[in-house]
Design a protein around this ligand. Structure first.
Ligand SMILES: Cc1ncc(COP(=O)(O)O)c(C=O)c1O
Length: 412
């Protein structure tokens, strides 16, 4: 048998899905699993999306333009202008999910061996995209104690080398929920301009900003025209993950021309879903307000359950802290990265599926190790995706609390 590629063999498996066999075994035993491990929203897809696809009646399902349908790109640009961002439809390329946009961004801007700085912990698939592109990820550590805030510029500066070519940020962040202010974006803008770097900004969670905060795109900074590359997606914003529609946006015309060549090689993004996504642009603000408020409620439930959990099996009437758990207050997206009082979060997450149930159910979390370049750094952490409606989320938090109480590798 011929050898497989080294690249393929080195490709990291998804940390979010690696516990699936244990979850399947638990389900087979009749245990109900609350899936807090994956960012698959349960919210209905935005009104208008499915209707537009159902109305499709052309005789042939054709390829679209490699950069996406012009009408969709024009409507997209108009909606960006409605958000106060001056962008032309030529500066928008429709991709097969935000995932493809991230890959095209790396392949268009970085050569093999070039380095990209990424605040850590970060979305696990960045490791995979970097490996495909032959790019080296240089993590910029952030601290749970500081709520994973953007590190001071001096720390970034100390990690810049002759091979550094780009900075990649994700805000609101998966996995930490951290949001960056306009002031912080301006600091990054200065950094990337001083060192002549690209600034990739993954804004797929842009609609999910809580506590009245406003999400700012790096496209709001005109001085970044040659540097900024923004990635958006319909997956989370319109609750349409299966559509596989995203967007790559930049005011750098040379970059867009190079990205288009990758687009031409894969021919086109999905046709029907572009129609749906174009219709979704007309969704009323009330849709987003309702969705945001549903997630904010869930966020509050999770954060307060982690901080204050009433333990029914102890005869205590007052609310108590869930001991040993550190959970910063996530400002956006629908995740929180928490530190758990366990010897090893990978083992704990597996144990929850293999050896534990509470009232017939258990919880599946994403172990923190997969969100770090050095897995050891996330050894005591796990990511919780609050993508269930509140009753189920409450049950899940009860089971998590009980699991932490019973886990043999508990640290306190
Ligand atoms: C931070 C982040 N970026 C990009 C993506 C890719 O999204 P999609 O390819 O579904 O648009 C995801 C998906 O979960 C994500 O969490």
């Amino acid at each position: 048998m011929p050898n497989l590629s080294n690249r393929g063999l080195q490709m990291p498996p998804s940390p979010i899905r690696k516990l699936v066999p244990y979850a399947e075994a638990a389900s087979a035993k009749g245990i109900r699993i609350h899936h807090l491990n994956i960012g698959q929203p349960d919210i209905g897809t935005v009104p208008g999306f499915m209707e537009r696809i159902r109305a499709f009646n052309a005789p042939v399902l054709e390829y679209s333009h490699s950069a996406g349908m012009e009408s969709y790109r024009r409507s997209y640009a108009a909606s960006m202008q409605g958000r106060g961002i001056d962008i032309d439809f030529h500066q928008i390329m429709i991709t097969t999910g935000g995932s493809e946009a991230l890959l095209f961004a790396m392949l268009s801007c970085l050569d093999r061996g070039d380095e990209v700085l990424i605040p850590e912990p970060f979305y696990a698939n960045y490791n995979g995209f970097a490996l495909i592109a032959g790019v080296q990820v240089v993590p910029v550590p952030t601290r749970i104690e500081d709520g994973f805030a953007l590190p001071p510029l001096a720390e970034w500066e100390s990690l810049i080398s002759a091979r550094t070519k780009a900075v990649l940020i994700c805000h609101p962040s998966n996995p930490t929920g951290v949001m960056y202010s306009l002031t912080e974006l301006r600091q990054l803008s200065e950094l990337v301009r001083r060192h002549n770097l690209f600034l990739f900004s993954d804004e797929v969670y842009r609609m999910f900003a809580y506590d009245g905060a406003i999400h700012h795109s790096v496209l709001e900074l005109p001085e970044l025209a040659g540097h900024a590359v923004v990635v958006e997606s319909v997956s989370k914003v319109y609750s349409a993950c299966g559509a596989r529609i995203g967007a790559l946006m930049s005011r750098n015309a040379d970059l867009m021309a190079v990205a288009l060549k990758y687009g031409q090689a894969r021919l086109s993004p999905p046709t029907l879903e572009q129609l749906g996504a174009e219709a979704a642009l007309a969704a009323p603000p009330s849709y987003f307000e309702e969705v945001r408020s549903a997630y904010e409620q869930r966020r509050n439930l999770v954060v307060s359950a982690l901080h204050y959990e009433q333990r029914r099996n102890l005869v205590v009437s007052a609310l108590q802290s869930m001991p040993g758990v550190v959970c910063p207050h996530p400002g956006g997206a629908f995740y929180c990265m928490v530190s758990l009082p366990v010897d090893d979060a990978d083992d704990f997450c597996r144990w929850m599926l293999e050896s534990f149930s509470y009232k017939g159910c258990t919880v599946m979390l994403a172990p923190g190790s997969g969100f770090y370049a050095r897995p050891e750094s996330g050894r005591h952490q796990a990511r919780i995706a609050y993508v269930l409606e509140t009753d189920r989320l409450s049950e899940a938090m009860d089971a998590l609390s009980e699991g932490l109480f019973q886990y043999p590798g508990r640290r306190i």
